[in-house]
Design a protein around this ligand. Structure first.
Ligand code: ADP
Length: 296
């Protein structure tokens, strides 16, 4: 599968430019779309699943223009929206059965097999007879991914799937997605949580103010912050000034003051040594020092 997004823009009715000149190329595997709240991620996801029309530009799926082949493109898609809801009157398995019928699984036997298989995969088989609205938050989210997966979609789009999940559920969710990424499918995961962009994301893009500021491998993104992340020790009375001057990532009290990790192109008036950046460092560096100055 291949998705190409070309010169895409979205202006809402109130003239707000939610997306500007988006160009992205997405291939099989997991693609992470990272950006703060309000960056335009949901707008882009909704365009990709044909729920919203772009104001300009287009999306090409396997060489086919989305605007001219909506129905065909929809057949490839599985979608877990950010505000995923389901009918309270349905049991867990019934909900999935219904989603399967919508996804085009017409034969009942085949559909029920697919339902059971997915319930197993997302760890909901034991609660299959529970009403869907009585599931825990994490279980609901897993039912959400199951309904996105029924019918074997080739493009799976999940919008902010881990918001509000506890760490255990978040890891579980991530593992379900990373298992999927072994297949010949595209998974697009949008998130404002840096930790969701795990090593399983072969590629990522950073979206901010409706524009793409970076696209490439997470390792290359991390590389941008090399030489910009510092470890330093400061005295008790210096901490306020340091916090005002730099984005501080971590503060650990010591006998003489604090051990800090902070992000900055260079240090002024304090000594420090560079440490190897991680994705969180790179995100902070990018948002603080690059994103708002890089594009017009
Ligand atoms: P994200 O998913 O990254 O949080 P969204 O795509 O939801 O971002 O929103 C991007 C921006 O577009 C936000 O400032 C939001 O307020 C605005 N927006 C979203 N939907 C509409 C709409 N229907 N009309 C006007 N503005 C909108």
């Amino acid at each position: 599968m291949e998705i190409k997004i070309e010169n895409l823009g979205k202006v809402y009715n109130n003239n707000f430019k939610a997306l500007q000149n988006i160009n992205l190329s997405i291939e099989n595997g997991m693609f992470g779309l990272l950006g703060p709240n309000g960056a335009g991620k949901s707008t882009l996801m909704r365009i990709l699943v044909t729920l919203l029309k772009p104001s300009c530009g287009d999306v090409w799926v396997n060489g086919k223009k989305m605007s001219e082949n909506r129905k065909e493109v929809r057949e490839y898609l599985g979608y877990l929206p950010q505000d995923f809801r389901f009918f309270s009157k349905l049991k867990t398995w019934e909900f999935l059965d219904y989603a399967g019928a919508l996804a085009g699984l017409k034969k009942r036997r085949e559909r029920l097999n697919a339902v059971d298989e997915l319930l197993e995969k997302v760890g909901l088989f034991d609660v299959r007879n529970r009403y869907a609205n009585k599931l825990s938050g994490g279980m609901k989210r897993r039912l959400g991914i199951a309904q996105a997966l029924i019918g074997d979609p080739k493009i799976i789009i999940v919008d902010e799937p881990t918001t509000g999940l506890d760490p255990e559920e978040r890891i579980r969710f991530r593992n379900i997605l990373s298992d999927l990424s072994q297949k010949e499918v595209i998974i697009i995961l949008s998130t404002h949580i840096v930790g969701d962009i795990s090593s399983t994301c072969g590629n990522m893009a950073l979206l901010n103010n409706g524009q793409v500021h970076f696209q490439g491998a997470p390792q290359d993104f991390i590389g941008l912050a090399r030489g910009k992340v510092w470890k330093t020790s400061v005295a008790f009375d210096q901490i306020k000034a340091i916090n005002d001057a730099y984005p501080v990532i971590s503060t650990i009290p010591s006998e003489t003051g604090y051990e800090l990790e902070l992000v900055a192109p260079s240090l002024q008036g304090i000594e420090g040594e560079n440490i190897e950046p991680n994705l969180e460092h790179a995100y902070v560096y990018f948002m603080e020092f690059v994103a708002n100055t890089q594009l017009p």
